[in-house]
Design a protein around this ligand. Structure first.
Ligand code: PEP
Ligand code: MG
Length: 568
């Protein structure tokens, strides 16, 4: 050991110590330099195929991050997808290919290198950071052209916990890593607004970027410690205990006993791989297990594979509840193995329960798997995208038939709470009647907002019109919760708004019993609610002041003023 120390920018608070792992990036320069005498047409078609495949990969990453960290962080991949349709990038590469002489790899590299140089030359650090995005998309495209399948397992040793050193860390690499074994990130380039830094913060992993000092020397260090707030890294003795401290204080992660007795704070997940985050942020169960990821690969999962995935989650969360949502494919979520036709309006089309009711075998298989997994702990099933009472009746019929099939096959079944998502205005309006048929409601604010305001939730052009704070949306939520209370069932909120600390007091005041959110949001929502003492009178006046507003901006003001009064 010696007195060396490297300084950098602390981009994600916390301390870590442990062995290092140098993560080599995909070597874009190592791809073939010359065309294997393919015609320009062949190269153009290779490029097109790579663009299509890369788009699929980015959609998968977007969906994964959306579940783990929320829509905002997932925008990283939406931005990457936009690059794929940018005439200055792919369009320019196509033009160069048409002239002949270049391979698809070379054309892409040329265009990307020029873009990176241009972005790095700009003054604004935000634009400088975007150079990494261009490189990330380039890497994805090159891998696709070369048929390289690089998963997290190829980037990282199969066992052990490490501090990762990397020249550059792309969002795709960050996502692919087994985060529960990453003690810290040290990245030579990049800054606070780099996507890897944003991801490190949401995962609660200490990180340092823009490291000054001899990088090659640092790469030789076998064991280090770092501080992601003060911004330093130094060698450490090998017998130093391996640890990562996210910088979150224990009292921020947990609530004092007896606080929040009337509300559960649960996590949204997309696969058993998210369980370490559930544990890390101390979620009280899973309020939304989105099962679509299992179905988004090249092949559909078998019943046994589904049982295994659901059981892992249910068993890990027991004795707390796991709410498993049946397949919600369609809209923004694609499942190539299902061979679904293109639709003019996918968000208004054969999506979610509308699809599974049309594919009874697919639906029954999933329902059987859920009944079987329920034998391992407290479980609920819930149906997405219900607009009519008849759909709910059909879904429940399929559920009971599936139970019979499981029993006949000799497997055990567990108990299931039966719930539905409220995300279509027609269902919200009929909440009273739906409440007589289910054990709980879970409000999907992402879709409820989209359908109430008639704004495509993915359309960036209309982002300012996509308003979960709209008084009509919040009024509808209050109405649904009150109908549920009258009928003696509970209501949760599992859309993005469920992880919004500003809205949390309002939800509590209208009688919502569970907020389920990206695990990374639990800390701030818990903090907001922990400080809150709401008397019945205060609840009433908070709800009144919000619902009296005429605009989303007014609602925000009312909520902020309520919160500021609580803090003083
Ligand atoms: C929602 O619509 O709010 C929801 C939780 O479901 P998804 O985002 O998966 O459509
Ligand atoms: Mg939804």
């Amino acid at each position: 050991m010696n007195n060396k120390i490297w300084r950098g920018l602390g981009v994600s608070a916390g301390r870590a110590a442990g062995p290092t792992w140098y993560l080599k990036g995909f070597q874009a320069e190592a791809t073939p330099k010359t065309s294997e005498s393919r015609s320009p047409e062949e190269e153009l078609s290779r490029l097109q195929q790579a663009v299509t495949r890369t788009e699929q990969t980015l959609t998968r990453l977007e969906e994964q991050v959306k579940v783990e960290q929320g829509e905002e962080v997932a925008q990283i991949f939406v931005a990457h997808k936009l690059l794929l349709s940018d005439p200055a990038f792919i369009g320019e590469a196509q033009e160069r290919l048409q002239k002949g002489q270049l391979s698809a790899e070379e054309a892409l590299r040329e265009v990307a290198e020029e873009a990176v140089k241009m972005l790095r030359g700009l003054e604004d650090p935000y634009f400088q950071e975007r150079a990494v995005d261009v490189q990330d998309v380039l890497v994805q495209l090159l891998k696709s052209l070369q048929d390289v399948q690089e998963e997290g397992a190829d980037l990282f040793p199969p066992t052990g916990d490490y501090v990762i050193l990397a020249d550059e860390l792309t969002p795709a690499q960050t996502i692919a890593l087994p985060k529960e074994r990453v003690l810290g990130f040290v990245v030579r380039q990049g800054g606070k607004t780099s996507h890897a830094a944003i991801l490190a913060r949401t995962y609660g992993i200490p990180a340092l970027a823009g490291v000054a000092g001899d990088w090659e020397d640092l790469k030789l260090e076998k064991w280090v410690e770092l501080d992601g707030e003060e911004g330093w890294i130094r060698p450490s003795a090998e017998n130093r205990i391996v640890f990562a401290d996210s910088g979150l204080r224990e009292e921020e992660i947990s609530l004092p006993d007896n606080a929040l007795q009337d509300m559960t704070l649960a996590a949204n997940i997309g696969s058993p791989g998210d369980l370490p985050l559930v544990e890390k942020f101390k979620a009280q169960g899973i309020g939304l297990y989105r099962t679509e990821f299992l179905f988004m690969g090249e092949e559909l999962p078998s019943e046994e594979e589904q049982v295994e995935a659901y059981r892992q989650v249910v068993a890990a969360c027991a004795p707390q509840l796991t709410v498993i949502r049946t397949l919600d494919i369609g809209g923004d979520k694609k499942a190539p193995a299902l061979g679904l036709p293109q639709e003019k309006n996918p968000f208004l089309g054969v999506r979610a329960l509308r699809l599974t009711l049309r594919r009874p075998e697919l639906f029954r298989q999933q329902l059987r798997a859920i009944w079987r997994a329920a034998a391992s702990g407290p479980t609920a099933v819930m149906f997405p995208m219900i607009a009519t009472l008849e759909e709910l009746d059909q879904a429940k019929e399929a559920l009971w038939a599936a139970r019979e099939e499981v029993l006949q096959s000799g497997h055990d079944v567990g108990e299931l709470q039966i719930g539905m998502m409220i995300e279509i205005p027609s269902a919200a309006w009929l909440a009273d009647q739906f409440a007589a048929k289910v054990d709980f409601f879970s409000i999907g604010t992402n879709d409820l907002t989209q359908y109430m305001l008639a704004v495509d939730r993915e359309n960036t052009e209309l982002a300012d019109l996509y308003q979960p704070y709209h008084p009509a949306v919040l009024g509808m939520i209050a109405r649904v919760s009150q109908a549920a209370l009258r009928r003696g069932i509970w209501t949760g909120v599992c859309g993005e708004a469920g992880g919004d600390a500003l809205l949390a007091p309002f939800f509590r005041a209208v009688g919502i019993k569970e907020l389920s959110m990206a695990p990374g949001s639990l800390v701030k929502v818990r903090a907001a609610l922990g400080k809150l003492a709401l008397s019945p009178g205060e609840s009433e006046s908070l709800v009144e002041s919000v619902l009296a507003c005429g605009s989303a901006a007014g609602v925000r003001e009312a909520l902020e003023s309520f919160l500021s009064r609580q803090i003083v």
